[in-house]
Design a protein around this ligand. Structure first.
Ligand code: FPP
Length: 248
């Protein structure tokens, strides 16, 4: 059973919201906010490395974000490509392993190739696992797992009655990694927005009004401090989770 609480989360998952509003408040185009958001990504990676957080999963682009104005989607794609070209060597040097989750086939060939190259270059690193959700949707993730299991069953290699939570969990994105301990959403909205629906089942949720480009180590530390004070019960009772303290 996982510990009732841990001082530092092993896995942090983040919805980086508020780039557009950050730019609009400065009367600048939304893409300026996304560029500022990229700086906050670097800062967050630094923070995780300093704190000893093992896994960081960032929601960079949802399946639904393809529906944004063409100009914004194009600018975001350019930003992703630039970031991949500029940052991967440094991430590699710092021991960061990069992985992408989501529908890679929807990206232009140049970006998909860069994603694969970044994964290959950093595959041997183990200091921090950085997962970037791009063209990702939690429902789509679960549907993909269901399809894979259905194929196995249809081929006669799997008894449908043997399908349990562990088996589904082994077929969704991030299989093999600990589930997120702490979820942060910036920008004031209190929603999961189709992020990691399966994986967030028992994750502690933390929301802040701070817009993503304004996030700094102080904001991230606030989230960690709040997390450290929480009791994680995983559906059990306080007494079961901490029998010694409860009976004292
Ligand atoms: C949500 O803010 C943010 C996004 C859709 C894009 C996230 C991208 C980055 C932080 C840039 C770089 C990322 C990487 C991994 C290099 P929003 O546009 O929905 O903001 P709003 O709610 O204020 O409109």
């Amino acid at each position: 059973m996982p510990p009732a609480s841990a001082p530092v989360p092993r896995h942090l998952a983040v919805i980086m919201d508020g780039n557009g509003r950050w730019a609009q408040r400065r009367r600048r185009p939304r893409v300026v906010g996304h560029r500022a958001g990229a700086r906050a990504v670097n800062l967050t990676i630094d923070f995780c490395l300093r704190q000893g957080i093992e896994v960081l999963t960032l929601f960079a682009f949802s399946s639904e974000n393809w529906g944004r104005p063409e100009e914004e989607v194009g600018a975001l794609m350019k930003l992703f490509l630039n970031a991949l070209e500029r940052e991967v060597d440094e991430l590699d040097r710092r021991g960061v392993r990069v992985r992408f989750i989501g529908e890679r086939g929807r990206f232009a060939e140049a970006i998909a190739q860069r994603m694969a190259a970044a994964e290959a270059q950093t595959a041997g690193n183990a200091r921090l696992q950085l997962n970037i959700a791009a063209s990702y949707g939690g429902r789509q993730d679960i549907a993909t797992a269901a399809r894979a299991l259905a194929r196995e069953a249809a081929a006669g290699r799997l008894d449908p009655d043997s399908i349990d939570e562990a088996m589904v969990g082994a077929h969704v994105a991030l299989a093999g990694l600990p589930a997120p301990d702490l979820f942060i959403r910036t920008g004031g909205d209190r929603r999961i927005s189709n992020f990691l629906l399966w994986q967030l089942a028992y994750t502690e949720l933390w929301f802040t009004e701070t817009l993503w480009p304004d996030v700094d180590a102080g904001v991230l530390q606030q989230a960690l401090d709040d997390y450290a004070g929480r009791e994680r019960r995983f559906g059990l009772t306080s007494a079961q989770i901490a029998p010694v303290e409860a009976s004292a």
